[in-house]
Write a protein that binds this ligand. Structure first.
Ligand SMILES: C[S@@+](CC[C@H](N)C(=O)[O-])C[C@H]1O[C@@H](n2cnc3c(N)ncnc32)[C@H](O)[C@@H]1O
Length: 273
């Protein structure tokens, strides 16, 4: 790829979705957009970049951004956040809000929905009247959001992290696939949202303020400056005292927000002051 086209792509990815692509990661562009070259009958990656440049808000540009994100996820990823919900956060919230108060949870960067489903299963098993738990899942990737909305997973996907007990209880088998049962589906809502947009979109705000926000395995892709902006934006959507659950190696170092570190079984969670 021409150096000028690569530099444009670096700037485009950073500006649109906060993705920082280091100089030695040029090969990633080539490998991830190869399917699109064929689909859009383009000669090579340079031609693709020129098309994106001509229409930054068009379908191809969106597909490129989507292809460049990593959607890797699994059910009950890292386990401890879901144990913390069950053993600490849900009991606290139930006590504070009474038996009927609404509990709002946001899975920011929900990918194909496994994280939101894991939250919903945990709520179903541990919250009195789980119908009052509302889970919003958002992601930049239109493909991932559509998949999450559909709520049908392959055998391979359910084998990644899902205990058999929960699989049998919360999913219906459809041939070689597993569909989320309505009991869980009604607790979740999935929508498209970009974490690096200046203001949180109205569709996210409508579901808040949030008692708990999961924002895991996405902050690592942002520059430190962008990460701080995203975290401040998320903090403004949360209740005071709300919990922020980041990935194991991620910390919420916003510029203005103040977080208390809360330890749960040797792992760090964060609480908004
Ligand atoms: C590695 S997955 C993590 C999924 C889940 N949170 C987990 O930990 O299993 C990262 C997700 O972040 C999404 N993402 C990347 N940049 C984003 C942005 N600027 N706004 C919203 N979502 C973004 C990607 O589309 C992808 O689905």
């Amino acid at each position: 790829m021409l150096a000028s086209e690569f530099r444009y792509m670096q700037e485009f990815l950073l500006r649109k979705i906060g993705l920082y692509l280091a100089d030695d990661k040029q090969y990633l562009i080539k490998s991830r957009v190869s399917r699109l070259l064929h689909e859009h009958k383009l000669d090579d990656a340079n031609a693709l970049v020129r098309s994106v440049r001509r229409d930054e808000d068009g379908t191809l540009a969106h597909q490129v951004l989507d292809a460049m994100t990593t959607n890797e996820t699994l059910f009950f990823r890292d386990q401890y956040p879901f144990d913390a919900l069950r053993d600490m956060i849900f009991p606290e919230l139930t006590h504070a809000k009474g038996r009927h108060g609404k509990i709002n949870i946001w899975s920011a960067a929900s990918s194909t929905g496994q994280e939101a489903c894991s939250i919903a299963m945990t709520a179903s098993e541990s919250v009195p009247e789980p119908g009052r738990v509302h889970i919003l899942g958002t992601d930049f990737s239109a493909r991932a959001v559509e998949y999450a909305q559909n709520g049908v997973y392959t055998q391979m996907e359910v084998q990644r992290g899902m205990p058999v007990k929960q699989l049998i209880r919360f999913f219906d088998q459809q041939g070689s696939h597993w569909a989320v049962r309505p009991e869980l589906k009604t607790m979740m809502h999935f929508d498209h949202a970009n974490l690096v947009e200046n203001s949180l979109s109205a569709k996210v705000r409508r579901h808040g303020p949030f008692d708990v926000v999961f924002c895991r395995n996405v902050l690592i892709y942002f520059t430190p400056e962008e990460r701080a902006l995203v975290i401040d934006r998320i903090a403004r959507s949360m209740h005071k005292g709300g919990y922020f659950i980041s990935g194991a190696t991620e910390t919420p170092e916003g510029r203005t927000s103040r977080w208390n570190q809360v330890m749960f079984k040797g792992k760090r969670l964060w609480q908004l002051q």
